[in-house]
Design a binder for this molecule. Structure first.
Ligand code: SAH
Length: 348
């Protein structure tokens, strides 16, 4: 095993040059994946935490160049779910065995503070945890959602290369996004961030910076996935689809932040029929099955292949459980949040 992987196993710390070396070097890939799987088992165990994902609106005021639901994409059939439908779908998910709901959307201004508070508090009343992934908001908005009961927030930094970010997310400010993550942390959310891998113009140095950024911010969750070009966006001809590199970034995230939650992202499954299972064996411990109907899943068209990367819930969680058992893992019976995990350690 390469000495840098041994170092990471012992210290959970690597500097930028070391990360770049491991990202570049192909000979070490298998050892890196085994090391990440070992650390995952040691720190967060074999249980897989499920989060039921509801993509409740694909209306977005932003125009991110990589994203299929960007404002200027006129080929998207836009939708917005009603509050009652969101709450009912959450209740159905609870019956299936889900304990956490992730509410994701474009930045849709229709969902103001009272509307979000209503939805959050009704799902919470049903005994579920609520994660939000609805983009950049003010401190006051984040505070209002927290008061309504939201537990966690996912906001990917996308890339830590500020110039690249400003190029790819026109009209948005990298510093503002970072400040959002700090605000969420200050308000007591469990904070998830993350990045895309293989963006045009992204270097291995930048990816190393992304990993160091996650460590510096002490994030609770890191959602890492390959950039997949969407035909109706300005990046349609970019290569993307960096599957193995994404696995490596996930594995390195596990080595640097051994006890966080790392989802096996849908973009991995979109690129490879076994993408999620492979990710689960390279450091990941969370899966976020999509709860939307097929018709709506198609319309939340962030990137090609997404809607097909879907686990059937027709038999409840049985099919998923069988899939996980095939790699010696199983669905966790509890909420599995990073905060709870840390609290349980401090009690020991
Ligand atoms: N509006 C929310 C949710 C964004 S969609 C927010 O701003 O956080 C969720 C994630 O999908 C994004 O953060 C981005 O990382 C990812 N995504 C968007 N387009 C993508 C593409 N073409 N390929 C891969 N991932 C993409």
């Amino acid at each position: 095993m390469h000495q840098l992987i041994e170092k990471a196993l012992k210290t959970h710390s690597l500097n930028k040059e070391e990360l770049v070396f491991l990202l570049r070097e192909k000979q070490i890939n298998d050892d890196l994946f085994v090391a990440a799987d070992t650390v995952r088992k040691q720190f967060v165990g074999d249980a897989i935490y499920l989060r039921g994902l509801i993509e409740f609106s694909n209306i977005c005021k932003n125009n991110c160049c990589y994203c299929g639901i960007r404002r200027d994409n006129k080929n998207v059939s836009r939708y917005r779910m009603e509050a009652d439908d969101i709450v009912n779908l959450s209740a159905h998910a609870k019956e299936l065995g889900f304990k956490t709901i992730v509410l994701q959307s474009g930045e849709d201004l229709y969902f103001d503070i009272p509307k979000m508070q209503d939805i959050i508090s009704r799902i919470k009343k049903n005994g579920m945890k609520v994660t939000l992934s609805i983009g950049e908001k003010s401190f006051a908005e984040y505070k209002a959602y927290k008061e309504a009961g939201a537990d966690r927030y996912l906001l990917r930094i996308e890339t830590t290369d500020k110039d690249l970010y400003h190029q790819l997310d026109p009209g948005m400010q990298w510093e503002k996004r970072r400040q959002c993550l700090l605000d969420l942390r200050a308000l007591g959310y469990e904070v998830g961030s993350g990045s895309m891998v293989g963006l045009p113009g992204q270097s291995l140095e930048t990816i190393a910076d992304d990993l160091l950024f996650f460590k510096e911010l002490k994030i609770d969750m890191a959602g890492i996935g390959p950039f997949i070009p969407h035909p109706d966006t300005p990046l349609k001809d970019a290569p993307g689809k960096a599957f193995v590199l994404s696995l490596k970034v996930m594995a390195l995230a596990r080595l640097l932040l051994p006890d966080i939650n790392i989802p096996a992202t849908t973009a991995m499954e979109a690129l490879h029929p076994q993408g999620r299972l492979l990710a689960l064996q390279c450091g990941a411990n969370v899966v976020m099955p999509n709860l939307n109907t097929e018709a709506l899943r198609k319309r939340y068209d962030l990137y090609p292949g997404k809607e097909k990367a879907y686990d059937s819930l027709r038999n409840g969680l049985v099919d998923l459980q069988n899939k996980f058992r095939s790699i010696g893992r199983s669905i966790s019976p509890d909420y599995g949040c990073h905060g709870d995990y840390l609290r349980s350690l401090s009690k020991k």
